[in-house]
Design a protein around this ligand. Sequence first.
Ligand code: NI
Length: 161
Amino acid sequence: MATDTHKTRLLKELKEIRDELFETARSIKPEEFEWHPRPGMKSAKALLQEIGATEKICLSVLAGGPKLEWEKAVRWSGDDLNSILKDLESIRQETLRYLDSLSDDDLHKPVAMPESWHQYTGPRLEPEEMLRWIARHEYYHLGQLIYNRWLLGYNPYKTEK
Ligand code: NI
């Protein structure tokens, strides 16, 4: 067996972060879901929605579709934890289908970015770079979610399950 392809490594990273996100999110009680520590900080619900909407918007651009608007990017199927996790899953399935359609070479063929993103991405970006950024973005907000939970008393270093 050859060493892992670039694609396999990307898939692994996306999956490991997603598994930790779901493990962290599954224990959220309904009364905790919209709690936020301070005004202007995101609740668990808002963090999860941010992760899903960002992934969907980035994927649309990568796949040659339109640049979706933030508020309308995802039609959430419900306001509760389970609905939002289910929506995150179906967004991820689209990402994986897209990734599956690429060869390792395709991963490095730059894709045109929307004008308003040029300040962050430049005019063109390799899919590999964007997919790594999606994973990094999710990990950033996962850290915030873990902290949100910790403020409610759920110490991530103590596994009392
Ligand atoms: Ni964000």
